[in-house]
Design a protein around this ligand. Structure first.
Ligand SMILES: Cc1cc2nc3c(=O)[nH]c(=O)nc-3n(C[C@H](O)[C@H](O)[C@H](O)COP(=O)(O)O)c2cc1C
Length: 164
């Protein structure tokens, strides 16, 4: 299975825990991502506490999927890095790696946008008590999917400009 062409956003989850080995595999994928000057700015919070997941669901109007997820991740970035302007880009590569590995493991997930919306970033900081040396970038709700839909075909030849 090629997860690039299989992954879709999953927002409904079975009431089933995600195994620790799978969580670690997802984090290995996260940290395998490329980053500017290989600065690896990421830090990850792994949340399985239902009460905390429900508090995180309130951090954005679009984070409701955390209410029924057995697992959430908060992808954060450090401030003491060489290229701070690239932190969000680096984290995007890392979160996409996570989503692909999650799919590869037979799990489902959705990326919940936090950065660059300051209000959401601060709410996540408060819930997780993130230190001032880090910032929250994205939340991910994760678990075993209730249903998997086929991926949309978004290939559009008109978006390609060959220079030969
Ligand atoms: C930067 C970013 C922020 C997103 N934020 C949210 C969000 O807050 N809540 C949500 O349910 N989905 C969110 N999504 C998921 C998108 O809605 C989803 O990727 C898009 O509709 C395409 O669907 P697909 O992931 O199934 O291909 C986000 C995706 C990205 C890349």
């Amino acid at each position: 299975m090629n997860s690039i062409f299989h992954r879709t956003s999953i927002r409904e989850f079975l009431d089933k825990e995600v195994e620790e080995e799978k969580i670690e595999q997802i984090l290995k994928a996260a940290m395998a991502a490329p980053s500017a000057r290989n600065q690896q700015p990421w830090e990850f919070y792994v949340i399985t506490n239902k009460e905390v997941l429900k508090e995180l669901a309130k951090c954005s109007p679009y984070a409701g999927s955390l209410n029924n997820a057995p697992l959430g991740f908060a992808a954060c970035y450090r401030h003491d890095i060489m290229c701070p302007n690239y932190a969000h880009i680096d984290l995007s590569a890392s979160v996409e790696n996570m989503l692909l590995e999650i799919d590869n493991l037979g799990l489902g997930a959705v990326w919940l946008g936090i950065a660059p919306v300051e209000e959401r970033m601060e709410k996540v900081r408060e819930v997780l008590q993130i230190p001032d040396t880090l910032s929250a970038f994205a939340l991910i709700s994760c678990g075993y999917p209730v249903k998997v839909n086929p991926q949309q075909d978004r290939f559009d030849k008109t978006r390609i400009h060959y220079v030969k």
